[in-house]
Design a protein around this ligand. Structure first.
Ligand code: AMP
Length: 406
């Protein structure tokens, strides 16, 4: 059998996040980030498990230079990419369309399909592709595995995945709801079942992934049956900079009456809306500080955020029929006690409640915050997308290795 290490790469348009994991024990050997690729003042931060973090600022003109800089740092720690211990590289790929329902070993056909999906993921898939191609050039002999953000949601029934628009037009342009953050929803729903001491197949969970991007999902027995993001990550909850749900006619109105172009509205709804558009801040810590100081704009932004969240909790309760747990995850979900409390306030009739004392306790691990006698468990479950990508990658390469032996 090959080595036990997996390198996980999350390549964005101007950044690469990486983690090197040892799958024998799930240990993180190194984590790092290269930022401002192709811009002035590029920066690398590298933190090995056995040593001091290192940072440098310099010129990183492209992804090739970024991955070479990462490889050099790993080399300094004796964790180089040429090590036989490295079993595979796992890549986060945002959009896998309908074709990719599972993690997939990358070959030319897979690359071509990821490229074909660029029109539905123009911001993400090109950067993900660049990351894969650059990693292939560095280690052509190593399996590169694509793990798709959309894959967990491919189990959604047509009733949840289709928009009610003309079927021929929708199909011609592949317009449907794909959902994102799937690796996180998969991981968190499974970890929630573990926390309850039950098998994922026996548990219905509403997962609330509340980070700068935010999405909710309804997971029945380990399979996603609905999620709040759609064709793109713009649909659904109020996010840091994205509007989430709006009447689509807002767009025609802004075009016809506001004289705005499609690109301008795209930027408005994705980058200048949500919390930042409502109150000028997208960090929930700052918003809460302002709310506590009596700032009305921040208060309204918070209320709109919570109102939408509550509507999705109610909707997914109805979709699932029976709910065993609600799990909060990601930056806001894991850290903001006021958001968790406000999101479930008044839902006691649904068996949903937060214990004030438990909710206020900060902690690193998965934990319950519902009262002991609650009908529905409420949990805080830290997400770990890198671990999930590494685990799926490792399972896949070991599986294909074993198949080759038989
Ligand atoms: P993520 O996208 O999951 O990294 O989440 C980032 C967001 O989490 C930030 O924009 C903040 O709004 C939020 N966040 C991080 N730490 C805290 C905290 N201690 N309290 C409240 N919100 C937080």
């Amino acid at each position: 059998m090959s080595g036990s290490r997996v390198l996980v790469l999350n390549s964005g348009s101007s950044s690469v996040k990486y983690q090197l994991l040892d799958m024998r024990d799930g240990g993180r050997l190194a984590v790092g980030l290269v930022e401002r690729i192709g811009e002035s003042g590029s920066r690398l931060k590298h933190s090995p498990a056995d040593g001091e973090s290192r940072e440098w600022n310099g010129s990183v003109p492209d992804h090739d230079s970024a991955l070479k800089a990462m490889a050099a740092e790993l080399d300094r720690d004796g964790l180089g990419l040429d090590s036989p211990e490295l079993a595979a590289i796992g890549h986060r790929v945002v959009h896998g369309g309908l074709r990719f329902t599972e993690p997939t070993v990358v070959d030319d056909a897979v690359l071509a399909e990821i490229e074909r999906l660029i029109p539905v993921a123009p911001l993400h898939n090109p950067a993900n592709l660049t990351g894969i191609r650059t990693a292939q050039a560095l280690r052509p002999d190593l399996p590169q595995v694509a793990v798709f953000d959309t894959a967990f949601h491919t189990t959604m029934p047509e009733s949840a995945a289709r928009y009610a628009i003309d079927v021929e037009t929708a199909d011609a342009h592949r317009v449907r709801r794909y959902g994102f953050h799937g690796t996180s929803h998969a991981y968190v729903s499974r970890e929630t079942a573990k926390l309850l001491g039950r098998a994922p197949e026996d548990v219905n969970v509403i997962v609330l992934h509340l980070g700068n991007g935010a999405s909710a999902s309804a997971v029945r027995g380990g399979r996603c049956v609905d999620t709040s993001m759609g064709l793109t990550p713009l649909e659904g909850l109020v996010m840091g900079t994205r509007s989430g749900d709006t009447d689509p006619a807002v767009i025609f109105h802004l075009m016809r009456v506001g004289g705005m172009s499609a690109d301008e509205i795209d930027t408005l709804l994705n980058k200048r809306s949500g919390l930042i558009g409502l109150c000028g801040d997208n960090d929930m810590r700052e918003i809460r500080r302002r709310v506590d100081a009596g700032d009305e704009r921040a208060g309204l932004a918070f209320d709109i955020y919570i109102h939408r969240l509550k509507k999705y909790i109610g909707a997914y309760y109805a979709v699932l029929g029976r709910v065993d747990a609600v799990a909060f995850t990601a930056g806001v979900g894991e850290n903001s006690a006021p958001v968790r409390e406000a999101a479930l306030a008044g839902l006691e009739g649904l068996g949903l409640a937060v214990d004030g004392g438990l909710n206020a306790v900060r902690g690193d691990g998965a934990r319950l915050i519902s009262p002991a006698d609650a009908r529905v468990a409420v949990a805080v479950v830290p997400t770990d997308e890198e671990m999930e990508i590494a685990a799926q990658t490792y399972a896949l390469v070991n599986d294909s290795g074993n198949q080759n032996l038989t």
